[in-house]
Design a protein. Structure first.
Length: 271
């Protein structure tokens, strides 16, 4: 079985970093192997560290096997001088910092050689995330296996063949949960327009989205198109609604334009 990195330092333990740390520990990473660097740890992170034997804000004397970066993009310049010495030698740098390319990272961490850039999404907090990553040419086979195990501990994991694809992943799965939440809001608003009470409208919308997602997860061998067709009787109510959603300027075109805008913005952020 693939081993965990013996010494892993996580820099940044906000919502995503904290979710990853929790997922790693739940999947079997020994608490003694993990150190968390977080200047303002939440009570949840402090409790996690104490209960699982994780070092919180220790003095780190030597580069670890892996340095995982989960700080906010705007905080990287401030954090880089403090952690640059840790990204040296054979250390693998794993970055989940949105919008920061490998070139951005190595410019700020000049000793870094092996770098993996990853894009997870927020369902990682419940172990149902989707993460895609790109590894530069200095990343070893063993280091790739570390990433597969660590990032796979919080959901599905995929390797990308080019770093440029990260922007597309950001537009689809990185930002994707927000699209689903927006759909739920819109469905609830539509229910109110049809005369249903506000609380019931939201309950129906949330329950429908949750149930449909779970059905799709359980029926993974069945395509979404087939699942849609299974709900749609010819000439019925669902067909009438889908005719509106799928007209010439309908849902697919809207999603194409929305994700193109997200990808373009991701490219702008990356510089």
């Amino acid at each position: 079985m693939t081993q965990w990195p013996a010494r892993l330092v996580l820099v940044g333990a906000g919502k995503m970093g904290g979710a990853m740390a929790r997922g790693w520990l739940d999947a079997g990473l020994p608490g003694a192997s993990l150190a968390i660097v977080e200047p303002n740890p939440s009570p949840e992170i402090a409790s996690l560290a104490q209960s699982r034997g994780v070092a919180l804000n220790p003095r780190i004397e030597a580069p670890p096997d892996m340095l995982a970066l989960a700080v906010k993009p705007q905080s990287l310049d401030q954090a880089a001088p403090q952690i640059a010495a840790l990204a040296a030698g054979k250390t693998l740098v794993l970055s989940i910092i949105a919008g920061k390319t490998i070139a951005n990272l190595t410019a700020r961490l000049p000793e870094a050689k092996a770098v993996v850039r990853a894009m997870p999404n927020t369902p990682a907090a419940i172990g149902r995330g989707v993460t895609a990553a790109f590894a530069n040419g200095s990343v070893s086979a063993e280091q790739k296996r570390w990433c597969e195990r660590l990032l796979g501990a919080v959901g599905a994991f995929f390797w990308l063949k080019g770093e440029g694809l990260i922007d597309a992943v950001t537009a689809i799965s990185g930002s994707g949960p927000a699209y689903v939440f927006a759909l739920t809001e819109a469905l609830a608003a539509a229910a109110e327009k049809l005369g249903l009470p506000t609380e019931l409208s939201m309950s129906l919308a949330r329950g429908t989205v949750e149930g449909a997602a779970e059905l799709m997860a359980r029926e993974s061998a069945t395509s979404p198109a087939t699942l849609r067709q299974n709900v749609t009787s010819p000439g019925g109510t669902t067909a009438a609604a889908l005719a509106v959603l799928q007209d010439a300027q309908g849902l697919e075109d809207l999603m194409i334009r929305a994700t193109a805008a997200a990808r373009a913005r991701a490219a702008e952020m990356a510089g």
